[in-house]
Design a protein around this ligand. Structure first.
Ligand code: DGY
Length: 313
């Protein structure tokens, strides 16, 4: 089965060991001279193992004429030129099944933390001035609130399940209705109008750039909370900042940003924003499962077995 594989981004150690046992791995994730590795080994590589943040485009693919498959250890693959992969008949897998529950947990964690003002409460205690400050301002309860989910994929369904347990009323927007027990709202502005909290979980990429636009943000309103665990590109960040500054949007909880890891200083200065450093899938167990899934897909391909999580191109 041994095949030449180009590794463009790191894997967790156990998955890397499995990969190195099964294949000849050419690593450019930490190499100083990537061009030399590509020149010496690119022509023979049948597979890429990477994550969705490392670009794959025609210029790279021209150097990999034997490429059959890209195994991505993340859910997102917005840095890939999908048309270029499709034109060359290259298959693609991602790691969505391995992280769906974890990202859903993070979405609800952020929603709860922002709604209940957890970070300000932490500062209240940490300041040592609790006695002088008195009782922390009361918050609004979460139960019975209306939650709009933008994107009813696997993660969206896990969010809906958790939200149900927490007593929230769930509606959702998706490109098309899904066979789920929740109200479908095909008009995103109407969903925002009818929601107290909007959780964004659609895939990134050109198809969803700016989907959460100024009118959607305005519709969520002065009491509303926007949670983004998808990609920074999905939200119009300028419109979001303006709405948070003016108070036309109540608050936001963000795990992803337009230019991360650089985060706009205006966002960092706002008290009505809860910030998280892109940690939706960031547990040891989930990152190991994501790496393992990328390698399992690769080995399945090389052995001629069905792939575990193929993306149709
Ligand atoms: C994913 O898997 O896409 C997460 O956002 C981590 O990059």
């Amino acid at each position: 089965m041994s095949a030449d594989v180009l590794m463009m981004a790191g894997l967790r150690p156990a998955a890397l060991a499995t990969l190195e046992q099964a294949c000849r791995v050419h690593r450019i994730d930490r190499a100083d001279d990537k061009a030399a590795i590509l020149r010496d080994h690119g022509a023979g590589c049948r597979a890429i193992v990477t994550n969705g943040h490392t670009p794959i485009d025609d210029a790279l693919l021209d150097q990999l004429p034997a490429l059959e498959i890209v195994c991505c250890s993340s859910a997102g693959y917005d840095a890939f030129d999908l048309d270029a992969l499709a034109r060359r008949g290259v298959r693609l897998t991602n790691a969505s099944p391995a992280l769906a529950q974890e990202v859903a947990d993070m979405a609800m964690l952020l929603a709860s933390a922002a709604w209940r003002n957890l970070v300000a409460g932490d500062e209240w205690v940490r300041s040592g001035d609790w006695a002088a400050k008195g009782e922390f301002p009361l918050q609004r309860g979460l139960r019975g609130r209306r939650l709009g989910i933008v994107g009813m994929g696997t993660i969206g369904q896990h969010v809906a399940d958790l939200a149900g347990l927490m007593g929230l009323q769930v509606s959702y927007w998706n490109r098309s209705a899904k066979p789920v027990d929740h109200a479908y709202q095909p008009d995103l502005i109407q969903l925002a109008t009818d929601s107290d909290i909007l959780i964004v979980i659609v895939a990134g990429g050109e198809g969803t750039r700016g989907l959460i636009s100024a009118p959607v943000i305005d519709a969520l309103g002065a009491q509303g909370l926007l949670v983004n665990v998808a990609r920074g590109s999905v939200v119009d960040e300028e419109a979001l900042i303006a709405a948070l500054q003016s108070g036309s949007l109540g608050s936001a909880a963000l795990d992803v940003f337009a230019s991360e890891p650089d985060v706009d200083a205006r966002l960092r200065a706002l008290p009505n924003v809860t910030l998280s450093p892109h940690q939706g899938s960031g547990t040891i167990e989930t990152r190991e499962a994501m790496s393992a899934l990328a390698v399992d897909n690769l080995i399945a391909h090389l052995e001629g077995r069905p792939l575990l999580s193929e993306i149709a191109l």
